[in-house]
Design a protein around this ligand. Structure first.
Ligand code: AMP
Ligand code: MG
Length: 332
């Protein structure tokens, strides 16, 4: 079975083609980069509408498959920005209807987790999902994927991007902040905001912003990373202790950050746990993760009529019936 998956929850439109073993035949992304400011949902949706057909074509060429070889279409049904979700859903419906193949709407956060598992061969993970809009610690427990900790305000990537914008860096600023942080020499005290199992970033962002001009930018980048990543490492460790899981997996664009990887690795090692991290092309938003999760869903017996494929902007992982879990267990 060959599945084509379309991602489009926020800034990135992506198309991936996978087979039923999880082999990635192609994975093409195109990212919307605002000229100034942050992501404007309508402009991002227009970007996706303009790019979806060429991205599908490129993905087909890279995979060596023809459009008639596609047996299943998956798309990111949520959570995400309404205009972006609706644009991509429309394309996915049109494609599935024209090919007369099944269509499955995939939860974006679960897709990050499933692609990480199949690529790294991990089996029962705590996922640290750190992206622009999302920051959640997710694990399977009592029949569902559940959120064990999350941001109470903005996503970690959004925090880094906003700080970078004020420093005059281009979007996305996360990788540029990482480079500047490597030159940081002094840790500047910033508020550390862990509330139970949750984290919050907007206060730290304001505090760091207020120090611009008073401290070296490199030290601010370094201190912002150290503080936010330490918070994430703390709640991840607590989730691992609570769930008694011995595997930790990274997902989301911020997981490209080497310092975050190092902190989570050290924590895992100290607990005798295993650390897993997919390559950057599968950490960022991408179509392959949507395609692979659609394959799992279909193998588990999931079916959606076209009228069930309305987008879900606030789709939570614990709203998903994980009917494919046995399929995964048998495979791994
Ligand atoms: P995603 O939303 O998962 O596609 O990831 C995009 C987010 O990841 C943006 O907020 C980027 O700034 C952030 N990001 C990408 N690479 C890095 C990095 N090396 N360090 C920190 N953040 C990063
Ligand atoms: Mg994402």
């Amino acid at each position: 079975m060959i599945c084509l998956g379309i991602e489009g929850t926020a800034h990135t439109v992506g198309v991936g083609i996978v087979d039923e073993q999880g082999k990635i035949l192609s994975n093409i992304i195109k990212m919307y980069r605002p000229a100034t400011g942050g992501i404007h949902p309508r402009e991002a949706a227009n970007h996706h509408a303009a790019n979806i057909a060429p991205v599908i074509k490129k993905a087909l060429i890279q995979s060596g498959k023809k459009i008639k070889d596609i047996d299943l279409v998956g798309f990111s049904i949520g959570p995400g920005l309404g205009p972006c979700l609706r644009t991509v859903a429309t394309a996915a419906r049109a494609l599935a209807l024209s090919l007369n193949v099944p269509l499955l709407g995939v939860n974006h956060c679960i897709a990050h987790l499933e692609i990480g598992k199949v690529i790294t061969k991990a089996s029962d993970v705590v996922l640290v999902y750190v992206s622009g809009g999302n920051t959640q610690i997710i694990a399977f427990s009592n029949g569902k994927y559940r959120v064990f900790g999350e941001t109470l305000d903005i996503g970690i990537g959004n925090c880094l991007d906003k700080f970078g914008r004020i420093l005059g860096l281009s979007f996305p600023s996360g990788p540029l902040i990482e480079k500047m942080a490597q030159k940081g020499e002094e840790y500047i005290h910033l508020p550390y905001s862990v509330k139970g199992m949750d984290v919050a970033f907007s206060g730290i962002l304001t505090a760091t912003k207020n120090l611009i001009g008073k401290q070296k930018p490199e030290d601010l980048c370094y201190s912002l990373q150290e503080t936010c990543f330490a918070m994430l490492t703390e709640v991840t460790e607590r989730a691992m202790a609570h769930t008694e899981k011995k595997e930790v997996l990274l997902g989301g664009g911020v997981a490209c950050n080497k310092r975050l990887q190092e902190m989570i690795t050290l924590m895992a090692r100290a607990r005798g746990a295993h650390f897993f991290c997919p390559p950057p092309s599968l950490l960022v938003d991408n179509g392959a993760m949507i395609a692979w999760t659609a394959v799992l869903m279909q193998r588990g017996g999931c079916h959606m009529d076209i009228q069930d494929t309305g987008v879900r902007q606030n789709f939570r992982v614990d709203d998903v019936e994980v009917i494919w879990k046995d399929v995964i267990t048998t495979r791994s």
